[in-house]
Design a protein around this ligand. Sequence first.
Ligand code: SAM
Length: 214
Amino acid sequence: MRSREELVEHLKRSGIRDEKVLKAFLKVLRGEFVPEEEREYAYNDTALPIGYGQTISQPFTIASMLEMLRLERGLKVLEVGTGSGYTAALIYEITKSPVYSVERIPELAERARKTLRRLGYNEIYIFVGDGSGGLPQYAPYDRIIYHAALPKIPSPIIGQLREGGIVVAPIGDLHYQDLVAYEKRGDKLVEIERREGFVFVPVVGKYGFRSYHF
Ligand code: SAM
């Protein structure tokens, strides 16, 4: 695919329905978030390498996650796994509110920060560190998205979500995950949606896959 418009047509044909999500994909230039040598593939519906063994996820996967998050204007979002910063920009285009994003690899966090500032996204705040247990200092959040695979939702997350808030994460083992959305109801996380069959890089950290090494 050559353009954002073609990519969005493809996402529609693949079953993405949320108009807010589709509009965000039309707005954000994926080409600005991928390394120079990958730019010609920027609007293909594929994951692309961004260095340090990490990837910018496949657009269809990101669109699925953002639909499951049920984003609205005004919601405060935490993302774990900034990567290139592309997903954070898509989220901001829908919520128009501060986005908090944590990345464990300092070089990726710095590159994402620079890209986002250059494009004028001044309300996306990037933090370096292990975000596997969330980011308690800015809680509570309306939405939390894990952009890397987890064995299960980490226990500290429930305390960082507002009542009725939603967390979406790829849940499974190192080779295969389902995207699962949970809603906070009282002191419980209740599964509200599941889409099967995705493959993410793992969350590495206290609540992730501790035994995983590059
Ligand atoms: N959403 C990103 C984008 O749009 O480019 C793609 C994210 S990439 C698939 C997953 C990211 O999660 C990687 O950059 C990885 O370094 C990061 N990650 C893994 N474990 C983490 C942790 N414990 N805390 C924060 N980030 C982590």
